[in-house]
Design a protein around this ligand. Structure first.
Ligand code: AMP
Length: 272
């Protein structure tokens, strides 16, 4: 696997790399990330991952500063999984970067209490797309709202990129794999698994879906000391609150703090 430690290094050989499938990451890689490499392997392109903790998408500086960093292990893992290239830029990538304003629906769910988060996400991705010129990009649906916003951004700007979404990879407890899980104690991990339990409970009783039912799951989670940012039943495209499971598929999405660690998860419900 070839490692590019700067955009300049990458640019020198870019024209010789052929068609690329691109997987952006913030490092501290786990099976969720490598599942995206496995998806990329189904295509004939060379695979390039990036590792970059994007300051622009954090609105809590402490969260940014304590984001886990395991660069050597990340490189080994990517290599083992058959990734061809990894791009590890430094913060000079932010110099003269074109700022992207995310559309209104970015202000729902994860954007509601984190203003500017998705502006930061789309700004860095637009820059990576410009530098790398990928043919395919692979994103995880654990970050469902991000997946939809990136898909729309690609379509709205007629970027010639195919986007593929990978399913969420979980611990056996149901806890969605996340780099932030490394910041949880063993006891907090047990509590964090309740998030997926609550999503499943909602799914298994989807014929009773209404605000009261969703709120009862909030109460249940709060009884374990979990601090809910949002737990919502919504339209999977607009993210507008909805309980209309008779007529359409819905997204149940959650963001919550276990201790100081913010976790997200979601489950798609198919219509009745
Ligand atoms: P991150 O490093 O957290 O920015 O994530 C990089 C990519 O990996 C994003 O497309 C995420 O959606 C995806 N990802 C993170 N965790 C998981 C997971 N548990 N399962 C599948 N994809 C994931």
């Amino acid at each position: 696997m070839k490692i590019f430690n700067s955009i300049q290094e990458f640019n020198k050989v870019k024209d010789d790399l052929g068609k690329l499938s691109f997987i952006p990451t913030m490092g501290n890689l786990h099976r969720g990330h490598t599942s995206l490499v496995d998806i990329a392997k189904q295509f004939n392109n060379k695979i390039i991952a990036s590792i970059y903790v994007n300051k622009l998408q954090f609105n809590d500086n402490n969260d940014y500063l304590r984001y886990p960093k395991t660069l050597d292990a990340d490189i080994k893992l990517l290599e083992k999984h058959g990734c061809d290239y990894v791009l590890i830029p430094d913060d000079s990538i932010l110099e003269n970067i074109q700022t992207i304003k995310a559309p209104l629906k970015s202000q729902k769910l994860c954007g509601k209490n984190r203003p500017g988060h998705f502006d930061g996400v789309l700004t860095i991705l637009n820059e990576f797309f410009r530098i790398i010129g990928p043919d395919i990009v692979v994103f995880g649906k654990k970050d469902y709202q991000q997946f939809i916003l990136v898909r729309d951004f690609i379509n709205d700007n007629n970027l010639n990129i195919k986007i593929i979404g990978g399913n969420t990879i979980r611990e056996s407890s149901g806890l969605a794999l996340s780099s932030r899980n490394n910041l949880l104690s063993d006891q907090e991990k047990v509590i964090a698994a309740k998030l997926y339990e609550a999503l499943n409970d909602i799914e298994s009783q989807k014929s009773n879906l209404d605000l009261n039912f969703v709120n009862s799951k909030k109460d249940y989670l709060e009884s374990f000391g979990i601090n809910i940012d949002y737990l919502i039943s919504c339209d999977p495209e607009s993210f507008q609150e909805s309980y209309d499971i008779k007529n359409k598929d819905l997204l149940i999405a959650i963001a919550a703090y276990v201790g100081k660690v913010r976790l997200i998860d979601n489950l798609k419900l198919t219509k009745l």
